[in-house]
Design a protein around this ligand. Structure first.
Ligand code: SAH
Length: 481
């Protein structure tokens, strides 16, 4: 298997410094079941090309039990495509041969790794489902992609093309480290052959490290992560961490919007009914919601409590004041919100015994999370409307079927009440990140289904001052096992 990388950057021989490999010498490094040779077919000031040739010994592969299982045909253990195609073996060789460049370091010329160069790479034999798939993966990264399909057998054209392609990539200005990390991650993604070593947490770490700069923005990030990791249980936390990084950028906007709507809700309450507003109604609706939920948790006698989608920790603050509460696990998908929670709750200054009562952690309610098991109650305050309606089934699985706390308290806006908000035009939601807002009947129907499917009973209460016809601004469902 052969990879070449060329540049026309001047002087082109800078490539040798970048790769930490002298253009005048052939170098060989030992890798799993073979050798990787590094040499330069051309090295002039105008143009320089480095070649990485991986020479795998299929017999050694079998002896080390790293080869294919050989279920296809008798000699498959010995006769297979591993020595010839770009596979995870090749990524490992790339990582070993070009380690310093992959890490973006260059001792002799520290300025070089940061430079964007015109680079071209050719992967001699790349397995892929289609030429289209290769384009979908490499074009979003800024490459001009040229794909040459290879027939299964040139003498029998009616057999059509094989799943092997020659891939040529060109980029006018890319850092070598970027090109190498793209190949390092995408080669095993494209190769459907089994990864030759156990995919584990360490792999997820590598993916995060090598993909951190580009994977979150890649339109195929889910496919790439899934294929790279193979074993589903590692996929979700890894994806979440990648997505969280991206989400942080949008969090500020969301948080600002949340404060604004809180004000809108408050203003609306102050004028509701038109005439004299009772003192209780002057309270901010959100405070009222949180007080109500805390009160319900107290009444339930919950000692171990989940705060799911905890935001900046307004409920946590209330729960810490309840002596009965021994432990709170507060979880949110957004790092930004968790940071705010950390500051607002002043965790750094908390006495150790208080701090031990609280775990603040990042996670998503759409993916099974074993840490959520074993709690007396869960609060999910103004969170479900931030989830895509199509993902509510996943939320239900995670919270009601898998985590199964003794009680679950869910609050969500009552869409019927929106008519009373002057700032909202018809059909508009209270918050720009809301994916839906339900009427009382819609919430009741969803809650009844969840309760029935998961062995809970449920009652629904209005939250906030009720008005004729529209009901209360918010609604609370209390599920109990
Ligand atoms: N419960 C808090 C915050 C409500 S705002 C309060 O009442 O003050 C909604 C919160 O849900 C946000 O902090 C948002 O980051 C979080 N969230 C959205 N989608 C999530 C998901 N899939 N998993 C966990 N939290 C999520």
């Amino acid at each position: 298997m052969l990879l070449t990388i060329s540049t026309t950057h001047q002087p082109a021989t800078d490539l040798g410094y970048l790769l930490h490999k002298n253009p005048a010498r052939l170098q060989t490094v030992a890798v799993a079941a073979g050798q990787a040779h590094i040499f330069y077919p051309e090295a002039t000031a105008e143009r320089c090309t480095v070649a990485l040739l991986l020479d795998i010994d299929p017999v050694a592969l079998v002896r080390s039990h790293r080869g294919p299982a050989g279920e296809g045909f008798a000699l498959e253990q010995y006769v297979n495509d591993r020595p010839y195609v770009a596979s995870s073996f090749f990524s490992v060789a790339l990582g070993k041969a070009f380690n310093t460049a992959l890490n973006g370091t260059c001792k002799e010329r520290p300025d070089l790794p940061e430079q964007r160069l015109p680079l071209a790479a050719t992967v001699a034999v790349m397995p892929a489902a289609s030429a289209e798939q290769l384009r979908r993966l490499f074009e979003p990264l800024g490459y001009e992609v040229e794909v040459e399909a290879h027939p299964l057998d040139p003498t029998v054209p009616e057999w059509g093309n094989s799943r092997y392609f020659t891939l040529r990539l060109q980029h006018p200005a890319v850092r070598l480290q970027e090109l190498l990390s793209h190949l390092y991650v995408l080669i095993p993604v494209l190769d459907r052959g089994d990864k030759h070593y156990w995919v584990a947490q360490a792999e997820a770490e590598k993916l995060l490290r090598r993909g951190a700069a580009w994977l979150p923005q890649h339109p195929e990030r889910e496919f790439i992560t899934r294929r790279y990791l193979r074993f589903a249980e590692y996929v979700n936390p890894t994806l979440e961490r990648l997505l969280a990084a991206e989400q942080a950028a949008t969090d500020d906007v969301a948080a600002d919007a949340r404060e604004e709507i809180a004000l809108a809700e408050t203003a609306a309450i102050l004028t509701s009914g038109g005439s004299v507003v009772p003192a209780a109604e002057k309270q901010n609706l959100h405070d009222l919601r949180l007080d109500r939920v805390a009160e319900e948790l107290r009444r339930l006698g919950a000692q171990r409590v989940l705060d799911l989608g905890c935001g900046e920790g307004k409920l946590v603050r209330r729960l810490l004041k309840l002596p009965q509460v021994e432990h709170i696990l507060a979880l949110d998908v957004s790092w930004r919100e968790l940071e705010r929670a950390q500051q607002r709750l002043n965790i750094a200054e908390m006495p150790p015994r208080q701090r031990e009562r609280l775990t603040l952690t990042q996670g998503s309610l759409l993916y099974h999370d074993p840490r959520l098991a074993g709690y007396d109650a869960a609060a999910v305050v103004e969170v479900i409307e931030h989830l895509d309606e199509s993902r509510l089934a996943a939320f239900e699985q995670v919270v009601f079927a898998r985590a199964r706390p003794g009680a679950v308290l869910v609050t969500t806006p009552n869409a019927e009440y929106n008519q009373r908000y002057e700032a909202l035009s018809a059909g508009e939601f209270r918050h720009e990140d809301h994916r839906f807002e339900w009427t009382q009947a819609q919430f009741a129907e969803w809650a009844a289904g969840v309760a029935e499917r998961n062995g809970y009973r449920v009652r629904i209460e209005p939250l906030g001052p009720e008005v004729a016809e529209h009901g209360a601004p918010s609604q609370l469902a209390v599920f109990e096992r």
